[in-house]
Design a protein around this ligand. Structure first.
Ligand code: DGY
Length: 319
């Protein structure tokens, strides 16, 4: 049987690429540059399937120019805010993502961001690294204690729950806002808030774990930052669109927020140049899911979805 033609837009893990080459007539973008709109449109005429990352943008305008050949977009990501799902659906193109397999890696990174923000990781590292560490005092680099503190989680899906599980190891008092209250076997004692506003008032630490949608764009705006307890720490390992970055800077300047840990930015790649002046913003370049084990698991999950689709089954992660 003729192998299906597959375009892999970025350099996925070696194990993923080896499996894809075994099972598909695959073209891999070894240069690892983000696929452009023109490349996506051209690919829709040449390939039966695309495995993209969140770096490829399937906007309604791009999808409207697609040829009829493309049948499935099997994302190598859990987030699908780079895909106009209604537009793809209207063209009869199946879309899948890779949930579950990156929850622990992303939750680990959120923990790193929270701890790094709480304990002056940026300034501390720089002072030692540049030979400027020339004194010590009990008043030096005093941070905010995580153990026993109140943690607010917005979005108690898979990643939010994985983060809560890790935070329990720090004896944190966990509160959450979610579209609906979780059953107790998932909430594990976390306190439900039926509004973001209610949650923010108890969030000494706040961690965002919801998808970027039109409803969650600028979820954390000036009014909401003002509801946090003074000196709160904000962590975002989900999507940059969730945070109004000007409002975050204002909240940091006022001391309403004492530090932030960010893996996601409104503009990616690149981030927000204004953040560079703030030692109390601990930043990483969107690497929440970037562990070897998770990259393999994401790639395999995307290929599992493709295999199911071309076997005439409904892919497990069809959106
Ligand atoms: C995801 O899977 O959504 C991560 O942000 C990496 O793309």
């Amino acid at each position: 049987m003729m192998k299906k033609r597959l375009w892999i837009t970025r350099r996925l893990s070696d194990a993923t690429l080896a499996r894809a080459e075994r099972d598909y007539d695959v073209v891999i973008n070894h240069e690892d540059t983000p696929g452009t709109a023109e490349e996506l449109i051209a690919a829709s005429a040449e390939f039966d399937a695309i495995v993209p990352c969140h770096s490829e943008h399937f906007s309604a305008d791009v999808v409207a120019q697609f040829a009829d050949r493309l049948q499935i977009v099997a994302n190598h990501s859990v987030g699908v805010d780079h895909c106009d799902l209604p537009a793809l659906k209207a063209r009869g193109i199946t879309v899948t993502n890779t949930p579950d397999v990156l929850s622990d890696a992303t939750a680990e990174l959120a923990m790193l961001l929270m701890l790094g923000a709480a304990r002056h990781a940026v300034a501390g590292d720089r002072i030692v690294r540049t030979g400027q560490w020339d004194s010590w005092s009990p008043a030096f680099m005093v941070g905010k204690q995580v153990t026993g503190a109140r943690l607010g989680i917005i979005g108690m899906g898979r990643v939010g729950r994985a983060f809560a599980a890790k935070a329990r190891g720090f004896d944190m008092e966990i509160h959450y806002y979610n579209r609906s209250e979780l059953p107790e076997d998932q909430a594990q004692g976390a306190v439900y808030h039926d509004s973001v506003e209610s949650l923010l008032q108890v969030a000494d630490f706040l961690s965002l774990h919801c998808p970027a949608t039109p409803e969650t764009t600028n979820l954390m705006n000036a009014e909401r930052f003002a509801l946090l307890p003074e000196g709160a720490i904000v962590v975002n390992s989900a999507r940059g669109a969730l945070v109004d970055e000007t409002a975050l800077i204002d909240a940091l300047d006022k001391g309403q927020v004492s530090a932030a840990g960010l893996d996601c930015f409104q503009v990616e790649p690149g981030g927000n140049p204004a953040f560079a002046a703030y030692d109390n913003i601990f930043m990483l370049p969107h690497i929440g899911s970037a562990t070897r084990a998770t990259r393999d698991a994401m790639g395999f999950r995307a290929l599992d979805n493709l295999d199911a689709f071309f076997a005439g089954k409904t892919p497990g992660d069809k959106l």
